[in-house]
Design a protein around this ligand. Structure first.
Ligand code: ADE
Length: 402
């Protein structure tokens, strides 16, 4: 038997992925670029065990067994990594025949899976990275990213730390559609992120169906495809130059254009809510007050905001969110900090008065509109953990179930 435990990070795109040119192979219509967030605060942890006695592949997610018999994307990841392992076993007869064994996978996200925080990206990246470790595949990360991409498109970017591009590629078979690292996490240590988890009762359109509706119906999407290559080049340069004003402007413009093509989809798709729009107004008011770029927002396919800013502005930004988007009266929210890692309840925290951003423009939102704050950093890619960290017993069953 063989087993391994790994973690993989969440990534948040600053040039958004939206639209596929091939839905089976998950080939995107445009390049995208993301920032990998610290695993201390947000990660998927995955243990895999391969044993001769396992007659099928099984998955336990957050303590509950999932039926994966129809999960084609996950099977693509098993099939591709197994094929590479089989080729190694055929070359070297002394290798254990792991490719013929079933696998048991146990995975946990250390954040609510339904909170819209890109859990399928970190989850599928952890799965594919762990399979590559289990099978001891001599494969580089960009090649592995082509397999992760077939599990969940943006998972390919979670195989790297720092600043990561997903290149669309030209080939029909997807062989050149892969992730590459633009710069490691150590390149720009001043850049930090504040994730604002925005409360929302409504279930949004799934990104898988939403993006194809956009491709089929949005004329504005053609304009997006025209401008993204220039934005990719400008964003790459902004990151290499650690040019926060250029990074901030492009990040906000690209998020806004992504949500515009959602609105231009027919029928329209809404991901932002009133609280999201309030955060957008607040960041623009804050930047205007200082006559420059102090912070940048971006929103994925949901109402949560991710605010990127240099470290020196973070305290002020947390004060602003604290003031304009207070915790609920009866539901104090958790605030998570990385470095040093700490979690505390918002009502117990003492903050200074916020800076004087024009309150005429920004109303104070109802308590609890932002349910959680996660202050985090740009950090590294997947990690291999010790055997003692495994989520599985020696028999290959979950240590914890719910
Ligand atoms: N989907 C969401 N989170 C996941 C995880 N941790 N592993 C596999 N699939 C997932």
């Amino acid at each position: 038997m063989a087993s391994v435990t790994c973690t993989a990070p969440v990534n948040i795109a600053v040039i958004k992925y939206w639209g596929k040119r091939d839905t089976e192979l998950i080939l995107p219509t445009n390049d995208s670029l993301s920032v990998t967030l610290s695993q201390d605060i947000l990660h998927s942890k995955t243990s895999i065990s391969a044993q001769a006695e396992f007659d099928q592949d099984r998955l336990w997610l957050n303590g509950k067994e999932e039926d994966i018999t129809k999960n084609k994307r996950m099977h693509n990841c098993f099939r591709e990594t197994r094929a590479l392992r089989r080729a190694m076993e055929e070359q070297d007869g002394s290798l254990p025949k792991l490719s013929t064994f079933g696998v048991h996978v146990c995975s946990e996200n250390n954040f609510p899976t339904a909170a819209g925080l890109a859990s399928s990206a970190s989850g599928l990246a952890a799965l594919v990275f762990a399979l590559a470790q289990l099978y001891k595949l001599p494969i580089d990360m960009s090649d592995l990213s082509r397999i992760a991409r077939q599990g969940s498109g943006s998972a390919c970017r979670s195989l790297f730390g720092g600043f990561v591009a997903w290149e669309t590629g030209k080939e029909d078979d997807g062989s050149d559609s892969r992730a590459v690292q633009i710069a490691p996490d150590t390149h720009w240590p001043e850049l930090e992120a504040l994730v604002c988890v925005v409360s929302d009762k409504k279930k949004g359109t799934s990104s898988t169906s939403g993006m194809q509706q956009t491709i089929e119906s949005s004329p504005l999407m053609q304009e997006r495809l025209r401008v993204v290559p220039g934005r990719m080049a400008a964003m790459t340069q902004a990151i290499l130059d650690r040019d926060f004003p250029a990074f901030a402007e492009l990040t906000m413009q690209d998020s806004n254009q992504f949500h515009s093509v959602c609105l231009d989809t027919y029928p329209p798709i809404f991901y932002l809510n009133d609280t999201s729009r309030g955060i957008i107004q607040l960041i623009h008011a804050y930047n205007k007050l200082h006559g420059g770029y102090k912070a940048a927002y971006t929103f994925d396919a949901g109402p949560n905001a991710v605010i990127y800013a240099p470290k020196e502005n973070m305290k002020e930004i947390i004060q602003l969110i604290h003031h304009y988007f207070p915790a609920g009266q009866d539901t104090p929210r958790d605030v998570y900090f990385s470095d040093p890692y700490q979690v505390f309840q918002d009502d117990a925290a003492s903050f200074d008065q916020p800076p004087a951003v024009n309150p005429e423009v920004i109303p104070i939102y109802p308590g609890g509109s932002v349910s959680r704050l996660l202050h985090t950093k740009v950090h590294d890619g997947p990690r291999v953990l010790a055997e003692s960290d495994s989520l599985l017993t020696a028999e290959g069953l979950p240590k914890r179930t719910v």
